[in-house]
Design a protein. Structure first.
Length: 187
């Protein structure tokens, strides 16, 4: 499909793949141009703020998908275990069964860390708060729910980093399978 006819969502999906593979600092304009099929001038026409604006658009795009696949299931009006199980299916899809790098992680270091820290912090807080709300709904007190939610995020992110480093997704799959039970296990 010619780039000029490509829907913006497809452009953002392609930009996302480059940022996920190379991180912010490694995502050169040449790589972004090649991935989208847009010339450098066209990229700057659509994203006047250059790579920083592209990255901001990617973070918003990824955030929207994460909200739909992961946060929305946590807000359903069903029992906590079912909400958590549905969330794990969303995480599995969002992270391509553990094969996709975490964009939050990739944007958290180097020059991107300084540029996007407020957005990253907000995303983590939204995820933690949604998880903690489900855990509280299961009968746990505020502090225990907050701690378990943070531990879950650390475990998920750690499994993604380990999978990226080893090229194996089995740890991520195990974490997702065990997560609902671990979060709701009596103290």
């Amino acid at each position: 499909m010619p780039a000029a006819l490509m829907p913006k969502e497809e452009v953002l999906d392609r930009l996302t793949r480059v940022f996920r593979e190379y991180g912010y600092d490694g995502a050169s304009i040449a790589r972004l141009s090649a991935a989208t099929g847009l010339g450098k001038a066209s990229l700057y026409h659509y994203f006047k703020g250059g790579k920083q604006e592209m990255a901001g658009a990617v973070l918003a795009h990824v955030g929207s998908k994460f909200s739909a696949l992961v946060i929305a299931p946590l807000k359903q009006h069903v029992d906590p275990e079912r909400r958590l199980r549905t969330m794990t299916y969303g995480l599995n899809e969002f992270y391509d069964q553990g094969g996709a790098s975490c964009t939050l992680d990739l944007f958290g270091f180097g020059s991107a860390g300084e540029l996007f820290q407020p957005q990253l912090k907000g995303s983590i807080h939204r995820f933690r708060n949604a998880l903690a709300e489900v855990i509280r709904a299961a009968g746990f007190d505020h502090n225990k729910a907050e701690t378990r939610a943070e531990d879950a995020i650390v475990t998920i992110q750690g499994a993604l980093v380990l999978g990226r480093a080893t090229g194996e997704t089995s740890v991520f799959q195990r974490v997702l399978k065990d997560l609902p039970e671990r979060l709701l296990r009596p103290a």
